[in-house]
Design a protein around this ligand. Structure first.
Ligand code: E4P
Length: 215
C-alpha cells in the first residue's frame, strides 16, 4: 500500500520523505491557499522533494480551461498528476488529457458510479473522499470497497487514492479493504507511529539500563 501525504507544506513533505512515508503527494486549492506564496514555485519544490506522483488541481471549471491549465501544470515536472474535479466537463477534459499522455486524478468522488465514469474517461487515479462522507453520517469506506470491486470486475488499472482521511482508523480500514493508496495529512501520519505502550516500554528499558550502567 502506498502512502501519499495530503499537504502543500514543504516542511511536512520533507518530514514524511525522511520517514520513508511519502510515495507521493496530493494538493488541492485549499491546501495550496493555506501555504500562500506562488503556486508554481511551491509545486516545483514539492516535485523535487518526492519521486512519486504529485497531484496539482486545476481551478477552471470548463473543459477547455481545465485542459489548458492541465497542460501548463504537466510542464512543471514529469511527476505531476493533474487533479480534475468529477464533473461532466471534468470527464471531457480527462478524456483529452489521457489521449495526450497527461496523467489525471479525478477528485471529489462520492459514488462508485462517479469512479466508474472517471476510469472510463481515462483517469489514472480516482479519489473517493471518505472523511467528508463520514462527516455527514454516511460511512465512507464502503465506497472504497465498491470502487475496488468494480475495478476488479472489469480489470481497470486506475489506482484508488483514499482521500479526506481524518483518523488512523481511516488508514487501517483503507489497508484492510485493499486500497492502493491512502493520502494522509501530516497530523494523522504522526498519530500512526504512536502507541503509549511503545513509549512506556522505552522508559522501562532506559530505567533498567541506567540503574546498572548510569547514563
Ligand atoms: C485529497 O486529494 C484531498 O486533498 C483531501 O484528502 C481532502 O481532504 P479534506 O476533506 O480533509 O479537505
Amino acid at each position: 500500500m502506498k502512502f501519499f501525504i495530503d499537504t502543500a507544506n514543504v516542511d511536512e513533505i520533507r518530514d514524511a520523505v525522511s520517514m520513508g512515508m511519502a510515495d507521493g503527494v496530493t494538493t488541492n486549492p485549499s491546501l495550496m491557499a493555506r501555504e500562500g506564496g506562488e503556486p508554481v514555485a511551491i509545486l516545483k519544490e514539492i516535485t523535487s522533494l518526492v519521486a512519486g506522483p504529485v497531484s496539482a488541481e486545476v481551478i477552471s471549471l470548463d473543459t477547455e480551461g481545465m485542459i489548458q491549465e492541465a497542460r501548463g501544470l504537466a510542464m512543471i515536472a514529469d511527476n505531476i498528476v493533474v487533479k480534475i474535479p468529477m464533473t461532466v466537463d471534468g470527464l471531457k477534459a480527462v478524456r483529452v488529457l489521457s489521449m495526450e499522455g497527461i496523467r489525471t486524478n479525478v477528485t471529489l468522488i462520492f459514488s462508485p458510479l462517479q469512479a466508474l465514469m472517471a476510469v472510463k474517461a481515462g483517469a489514472n487515479y480516482v479519489s473517493p473522499f471518505v472523511g467528508r462522507l463520514d462527516d455527514l453520517g454516511q460511512e465512507g469506506m464502503p465506497l472504497v470497497e465498491q470502487i475496488g470491486q468494480i475495478f476488479m470486475n472489469y480489470e481497470f488499472h486506475a489506482e484508488i487514492i483514499v482521500a479526506s482521511i481524518r483518523t488512523p482508523m481511516h488508514v487501517l480500514d483503507a489497508a484492510l479493504v485493499g486500497a492502493h493508496i491512502a493520502t494522509i495529512p501530516h497530523s494523522v501520519l504522526a498519530k500512526l507511529a504512536y502507541h503509549p505502550m511503545t513509549d512506556k516500554g522505552i522508559e522501562g528499558f532506559m530505567a533498567d539500563w541506567q540503574r546498572v550502567h548510569g547514563n
